[in-house]
Design a protein around this ligand. Structure first.
Ligand code: PA5
Length: 457
């Protein structure tokens, strides 16, 4: 269903300075298996919950039932959430229904998904102006229940929807946090995020599944794909376990060849949302100052999202001739929903006549393979995931595989992939600046930075 071709990272193909020998890969396989065992322990003792999500049939049924009850009463689903509480819904919508500009007319049968993540006031106002409060179903999502962006936008949306309170669902932590309190008080339809599932690993929890079901995505098929992939990701055989194989390749390229940037390069507009979801997953999980033993490491590979073929005309010049500090992961699609047949013409014009009678599917595939070959020529390591198709089963499997890959990479690096201490200070300083009670000391800390800036020459 999903394959990984990692041959183009081999030293034989990209040279010793940039590639890994098959001997090195073989010698590291035992280390990869230890990473698998360590992560399996975290999954079994319940400290990390995402591997279990696709198996929670009861939760999936409840969400499908809720979506069935509500169907027909709205033409827009408005998600209020940010980070891991927003990107999964976007990846699923874009993956299954395509990017917004090509989604077709929005109706009660084919509702629009609007995601209010950023607190850009003009964006928020334009979004509200584009929706009808009587036909909008709001889903507010926050695991902590108190994220500044989500809370403030939700207050605006709550007032905007006024009498439509029956059409608010809240996805948060059971029994904890201010959103839980408000949802209980105002009787929003609640859905719970398991404590052991972090935001960026939550796409297959109610965080991603509630919006997905409301826009008509088949959750059972998503879960079926993710379950099959979960079984694969527990296999010690690296030919079977593509998440472990991919994590090992990236670990070797980062730690031995200093490939500090990974470009996720989908050749499919449907996978563009997933590329942004992956960017958060890889960055926030792996970018860490200290390892599990407390040693300063400042590790992490920077994820970049590029779209094929579009970014061949934007980024690839840099990728082929600029600093050789990257590894490229192409995401290919075996069979597109449409072939894009190009009419056969005999215009006597070579550029047109050469391509007439062929298909866009063949062209996008040729362009990806040609770009990979050009990268080899320039000594740029790359690998390719191929999804047979982009449908619920394949997308569910791909998302789950990426989460496993990230968890394995965390184990290989010896860091905690499930926390995010680096984002805390800015959050607290923001609360200080916004005058939140209990955060006065951060206001003072911010003022001290300002004084320092004034003195700096
Ligand atoms: O992955 C994470 O943990 C974060 O990106 C969170 O998803 C993000 O900060 C939003 O958090 P919350 O759901 O509490 O609003």
């Amino acid at each position: 269903m999903i394959q990984l071709d990692h041959k183009n990272i081999l030293a034989d193909l990209v040279g010793n300075a940039n590639g890994i020998t098959s001997g090195e890969i073989q010698r590291s396989e035992a280390r990869a298996r230890r990473a698998l065992t360590a992560f399996r322990k975290r999954s079994e003792d319940g400290s990390v919950g995402f591997p279990h999500l696709p198996f929670q049939a009861e939760v999936i049924n409840q969400i499908q039932q809720y979506a069935a009850e509500m169907r027909g009463s709205y033409d827009t689903v408005c998600v209020v959430g940010i980070g891991g509480s927003a990107l999964g819904a976007w990846a699923l919508d874009c993956g299954i229904r395509g990017p917004h500009p090509v989604q077709g007319a929005f109706t009660a049968e084919h509702p629009r998904l609007v995601i209010l993540d950023n607190v850009d006031p003009s964006f928020t106002q334009s979004a509200l102006d584009s929706m009808d409060p009587r036909k909008t179903l709001v889903v507010v999502i926050a695991k902590s229940g108190g994220t500044a962006e989500t809370v403030s936008t939700f207050l605006i949306v709550r007032e905007w929807i006024k009498n439509g309170r029956g059409r608010i669902a809240a996805v948060t932590t059971d029994g904890k946090g201010d959103l839980f309190e408000l949802a209980s008080r105002e009787k929003y339809r609640p859905f719970w995020i398991p404590e052991n599932v972090g935001g960026r690993f939550s796409v297959l929890s109610p965080v991603g599944l509630v919006p997905a079901a409301l826009i008509g995505i088949d959750l059972r098929k998503l879960a079926r794909g993710a379950m099959a992939m979960t079984h694969r990701c527990w296999q010690p055989d690296l030919d079977e376990n593509i998440a472990l194989r991919a994590a090992l390749c990236h670990w070797l390229l980062w730690t031995r060849k200093a490939k500090s940037i990974q470009v996720a390069f989908p050749y499919s507009n449907h996978l563009w949302g997933t590329a942004f979801w992956f960017r958060q997953l890889w960055a926030e999980s792996l970018g860490k100052a200290a390892d599990r033993a407390g040693k300063t490491v400042h590790t992490g590979q920077t994820p970049v999202a590029a779209l094929g073929t579009t970014d061949q005309h934007s980024q690839v010049q840099l990728y082929i001739e600029g600093p050789n500090d990257k590894v490229f992961t192409f995401w290919a699609v075996g069979r597109f929903a449409a072939a894009g047949k190009i009419p056969r013409e005999r215009l006597g014009l070579e550029a047109f006549d050469a391509l007439g009678g062929q298909s866009l599917a063949k062209l996008i595939d040729a362009e990806r393979r040609a770009t990979a070959a050009a990268m080899l020529e320039a000594g740029r390591p790359n690998c390719t995931f191929t999804l047979d198709r982009v449908d619920e089963e394949h997308l569910g499997a791909f998302l789950q595989m990426m989460e496993f890959q990230t968890a394995f990479m965390g184990e290989l690096l010896g860091i905690d992939a499930f926390d995010q201490p680096g984002v805390e200070l800015a959050k607290k300083l923001t609360y200080g600046l916004m005058g939140r009670k209990g955060f006065e000391k951060y206001r003072r800390q911010f003022d001290a930075y300002e004084r320092k800036r004034t003195r700096a020459r």
